[in-house]
Design a protein around this ligand. Structure first.
Ligand SMILES: [Zn+2]
Length: 203
């Protein structure tokens, strides 16, 4: 057998082995992806205590104004520095990959126990609004990651449908009348986000 022919045969066998390997491995890659992106929001938000049917009327959006963090670190800060006995001011925290997974939704104790938030200076609003904080400082150069926005859309859409919260009641912290706050920052893509919410009542 000529040397050239032998090389062609060896090359063909190599291609066959690589192709077979890819054929076997590829389905596992797609299955893994599918599992990763599926979040059961309803299951995540389920609580053991009773939920008053008309309690939650607003959703208020925040950023942490930090580059990193998670529900546990903010909880510690709010207990130790702010002296809030219920700890973490928000009901939910959505991670950016620095402190928790990118797009991970962490459920705070205030949601689990169905108690008021401490995320705005307006206590009346805190009683009836769900506080959601995205990790990051969107007033500086950063903006939320695509995974954070995706998780936020899922969470806000779920609450909007579950509690009949209209789009006009899904607001940025800066829209709440109080002494000026830029929260959740000028780079927070509010329009892009709110357009993807499909509540029962659009106004
Ligand atoms: Zn805020």
């Amino acid at each position: 057998m000529k040397i050239v022919e032998r090389h062609v045969i060896i090359f063909s066998i190599a291609i066959f082995i690589v192709a077979t390997g890819l054929f076997i491995y590829l389905p596992f890659i797609s299955v893994k992806k599918r599992i990763t992106i599926t979040i059961d929001i309803e299951e995540l938000c389920r609580v053991d205590v009773g939920v008053e049917e008309n309690r939650w009327q607003y959703i208020v959006l925040h950023h942490s104004a930090t580059d990193e963090g998670n529900a546990e670190s903010f909880d510690r800060y709010h207990r130790e520095e702010r002296k809030w006995s219920h700890g973490l001011a928000y009901h939910f925290v959505i991670g950016n990959g620095n402190g928790s997974d990118n797009g991970e939704i962490e459920v705070g104790n205030r949601w689990k126990k169905q108690i008021h938030g401490a995320h705005t200076a307006n206590m009346d609003l805190n009683q009836i609004s769900i506080g959601i904080c995205l990790v990051g400082n969107f007033e500086e150069d950063n903006k939320p990651t695509a995974s954070q926005v995706k998780s936020l859309i899922s969470l806000a859409s779920y609450f909007s449908k579950r509690y009949n919260i209209p789009k006009s009641h899904i607001v940025k912290h800066s829209q709440v009348l109080q002494k000026g706050t830029a929260c959740p920052g000028k780079n927070f893509p509010y329009r892009q986000f709110i357009n993807k919410i499909t509540p029962l009542h659009p106004l």
